[in-house]
Design a protein around this ligand. Structure first.
Ligand SMILES: CC(C)(COP(=O)(O)OP(=O)(O)OC[C@H]1O[C@@H](n2cnc3c(N)ncnc32)[C@H](O)[C@@H]1OP(=O)(O)O)[C@@H](O)C(=O)NCCC(=O)NCCS
Length: 160
């Protein structure tokens, strides 16, 4: 069954902060950063509703002026809700939302030790394009991955 996805709204801030703390152990966004994610005109944030807490997942991409490239900025699923397709559904919905906004490419950075995310991104058609040495504050390196957005991904009934 598909999770219920919808665009985030300002009132989601508290639930988003809770989710960020549950979903990420490192490289977390602060409340201030999440506030900006929710209120920036160039950020698109989708949330997955349900589960034991109000939100079970979220993802955000950023748009740049005069650019057809979207940057996946964050993706997280509640540890208690993982392995049920929520991350993949959010990623598909974000890709499709970027396609609808005229984006031709999506890029992201991912820790090289994050095998779950690396597998998810590869499965969704992202390919490694650059190795970023010691990209994160703890010294972990990253892969920059990208995907052409020529077509929408199927299996979505959500319109962001
Ligand atoms: C990465 C994350 C978003 C995946 O969310 P999820 O809802 O559990 O993922 P899904 O159930 O949709 O899984 C989709 C695919 O991802 C891959 N995947 C998910 N969890 C995995 C794991 N623990 N190990 C290996 N591959 C995994 C699989 O390919 C899976 O497809 P499959 O079910 O057909 O095998 C989640 O683990 C998470 O929130 N991690 C912490 C935050 C994070 O690392 N975000 C990414 C930052 S770049």
């Amino acid at each position: 069954m598909h999770p219920v996805l919808r665009p985030a709204v300002g009132e989601d801030l508290d639930a988003l902060c809770d989710l960020e703390h549950r979903a990420l152990t490192i490289d977390r966004f602060s409340r201030r950063q999440l506030y900006h994610v929710l209120n920036r005109a160039n950020a698109v944030t989708l949330v997955a509703e349900g589960g034991e807490c109000r939100l079970s997942g979220y993802g955000t991409f950023l748009l740049r002026r005069n650019s057809r490239q979207a940057r996946l900025y964050s993706l997280g699923v509640d540890p208690g809700a993982r392995g049920r397709g929520i991350g993949a559904s959010l990623l598909k919905a974000l890709v499709n939302a970027a396609v609808r906004r005229g984006c031709e490419r999506m890029v992201l950075e991912v820790r090289i030790d994050n095998s779950a995310a690396l597998t998810l991104y590869r499965q969704a058609g992202f390919m490694p394009e650059a190795w970023l040495t010691e990209y994160y504050a703890d010294g972990c390196s990253a892969w920059r991955m990208s995907r052409a957005l020529t077509t929408s991904l199927p299996d979505l009934d959500h319109q962001a």
